[in-house]
Design a binder for this molecule. Structure first.
Ligand code: 5GP
Length: 182
């Protein structure tokens, strides 16, 4: 699938090949950095599951995966989201890698990191595929970053608009009239 599946899309920002290249490079770095350890890679459903599934296959370590789900994205809530599905297992003493599809203001992740830190992991680092850094409102330590992206509403590779387009293999920007309504 290479064409636009919908005329509400504007252009392809990142191709399938570019995404695969970044995933592979991040996987190699994580493999080297965590040598001798067995990290747990955590992501937030649903968007992050696509990146996580590809990333873990680029990491050559005995790792485990876990998932959280949170209530809908509400910028006005200063990042205080409700955790609607918590991790299946404790993370005390574990090397935790928090895997995100995109970090925008950073408020959501900042809140989640606070929650996870209280559970006393041995380490806690962040890996994001996309960093919309011009929009950042809080200072966040990001150890692993795939791409810095412009302040546009993006869809594809896990990112949705009203639940659609997660399954698109590339990442695309939307036309102004579509995303200004979001
Ligand atoms: P933050 O708290 O960093 O502002 O919000 C991050 C969350 O907002 C992401 O996990 C994602 O759910 C959503 N988000 C931010 N930018 C985009 C975007 O360009 N496209 C989509 N589909 N979701 C986005």
């Amino acid at each position: 699938m290479t064409g636009f599946p919908d005329d509400r899309m504007e252009r392809i920002l990142l191709t399938e090949d570019q995404i695969a290249g970044a995933v592979s490079a991040l996987g190699s770095r994580i493999t080297a950095d965590y040598a001798g350890r067995d990290p747990v890679l955590i992501t937030v459903l649903k968007g992050g599951s696509f990146f996580l599934a590809d990333l873990v296959r680029a990491v050559e370590l005995p790792l485990t995966m876990d998932f959280m789900a949170i209530s809908a994205y509400r910028p006005q809530a200063a990042g205080a989201v409700a955790i609607t599905k918590d991790l299946a297992d404790p993370i005390e003493g574990r090397d935790v890698l928090m895997v995100e599809d995109i970090i925008d203001t950073g408020l959501t992740l900042n809140y989640l990191l606070k929650v996870l830190r209280q559970r006393k992991p041995a380490s806690l680092t962040v890996c994001t595929l996309l960093d919309k850094d011009v929009r950042r409102l809080v200072d966040l330590p990001i150890e692993y970053r795939g791409f810095s992206v412009p302040d546009r509403f993006l869809v594809g590779y896990g990112l949705d608009l009203d639940g659609l387009w997660r399954n698109v293999r590339y990442i695309a920007t939307l036309k102004d009239e579509v995303w200004e309504g979001t």
